[in-house]
Ligand binder design. Structure first.
Ligand code: CAA
Length: 384
């Protein structure tokens, strides 16, 4: 039985900052941010947006009354959780009118969460071929004003419907993974911003890729020639390129050059948005599918990395007619129809929050789903 992605959707907030303006405000050479880090724009979530509202927006792009009734599993992968107890997936069941006979929960393991959800969904569909699973990656990457990580912030959500009718991507059984307790990046429960040992995190990311690629080749007798493209977790677009550099000299020069060309297609959207944490690999997938000359039956290799750290390297096959099953227009307008804001406005938004007893004027809301109010410390959401 084939299992994989039947539909995939994407949402990012309506406001962004220009990375050159950020560099100027931080007295940095803009080339460091645009070339050295590899970003152009950075999404800025509104005060009423969070992992729940963005997950609802991305999911709403791919769900209809037909496929909703087949859903038996709802997983939200996030490291921007809004509650220590209640799962973001629960809010989704109400906002999206999902059936009650579902398992709904949240997965946390830094940027690996959505991949854990995806693999779990694959197993769920194998056991229940008539059911579908909704897997959503939703995060706000926050390091803080004037920190080294600030240029690698971003926000957004990718929603995937996993079923036995994959119309976008078939997941193969070829996967290798590893876990190790590493202090490269963490966010204690008291903090709204992440702590990172930046250079160390780059090093562990690369080491995990090298280890898993060696293991993948050995276990499955694979070579780079088996893949049209290698897609990476993209916390900033230079990161995947650094990992790919480890292949230089180990594979043919032609293949290496071709993989680099494919990589450029996979980072086009990421340059515009920034880090989605656990959604970054999957935004890279969308970007690749919509901006490359990839063909049905082409094989892709996907590298998922979550600090802390878990890595997984797995393969997938592009399905005939994949573009007809992605709402290209909706995704393009999510990226194109945004408003640039100044660095000082971004700084104000960054420190703003809705407190207990406060509510949001729906007239100020640009999307469909929003945090309506916090009452008795409970977050209450609404759809416009
Ligand atoms: N023109 C062009 N390039 C320039 C330049 C200029 N004027 N000035 C500097 N550069 C280059 C540097 O040479 C460097 O390139 P290499 O990495 O290829 O050597 C690059 O710009 C970055 O410069 P620095 O290393 O000096 O940058 P930094 O010390 O300010 O920090 C960072 C960069 C470590 C990525 C930091 O932004 C950070 O901590 N980010 C958060 C952590 C992170 O994203 N880690 C990624 C792996 S962990 C992960 O993937 C999980 C996750 O999502 C967080």
């Amino acid at each position: 039985m084939d299992i994989g992605i039947e539909k995939i959707g994407f949402y990012t907030p309506k406001q962004y900052i220009d990375i050159v303006e950020l560099a100027q405000a931080r007295n940095q050479d803009p080339d460091k941010f645009t070339i050295g880090i590899g970003q152009d724009k950075q999404a800025v979530p509104a005060v009423y947006e969070d992992a729940v509202t963005m997950a609802a927006e991305a999911s709403n792009q791919i769900l209809d009354s037909d496929n909703k009734s087949d859903i038996g599993l709802v997983i939200v992968g996030t490291e921007s959780s809004v509650d220590e107890s209640k799962a973001a997936a629960l809010y989704l069941t109400e906002l999206l009118n999902l059936p009650e006979n579902v398992r709904a929960f949240e997965i946390k393991e830094a940027c690996y969460g959505a991949t854990a959800g995806l693999q779990m969904a694959k197993n769920f569909v194998a056991a229940h071929p008539d059911k579908k699973a909704l897997v959503v990656a939703s995060d706000i990457a926050r390091y803080g004003i004037n920190t080294p990580g600030e240029v690698t912030q971003g926000a957004g959500s990718v929603a995937m419907l996993i079923s036995s009718e994959p119309k976008v991507l078939k997941l193969t059984d070829q996967t290798v993974y590893m876990s190790r307790n590493v202090g490269d990046f963490w966010r204690p429960t008291f903090s709204k911003t992440a702590f990172a040992r930046g250079k160390f995190s780059n090093q562990i990311y690369i080491e995990f890729f090298e280890t898993l690629w060696a293991r993948y080749q050995k276990e499955f007798g694979a070579t780079a020639d088996d893949f049209k493209a290698m897609l990476y977790h993209i916390p900033y677009t230079k990161m995947g390129a650094k990992a790919m550099r480890t292949l230089d000299g180990k594979i043919s020069a032609e293949k290496y050059a071709q993989l680099q060309t494919e990589y450029q297609a996979s980072i086009k959207f990421g340059r515009e948005v920034g880090n989605l944490y656990t959604g970054s690999l999957y935004l890279g997938l969308i970007s690749y599918l919509l901006n490359s000359d990839v063909k049905p039956d082409d094989n892709l290799l996907l590298f998922s990395y979550g600090s802390g750290a878990v890595g997984e390297l797995y393969s997938a096959e592009v399905v005939d007619g994949f573009k007809d099953n992605i709402n290209v227009q909706a995704i393009k307008s999510v990226i194109d129809d945004r408003e640039k804001i100044s660095i000082s406005d971004y700084e104000k938004i960054f420190s703003d929050s809705i407190e207990d007893g406060q509510s949001v004027d729906p007239e100020t809301v640009t999307g469909k789903f929003y945090l309506k109010e916090i009452k008795e410390n409970e977050r209450l959401y609404s759809a416009k």
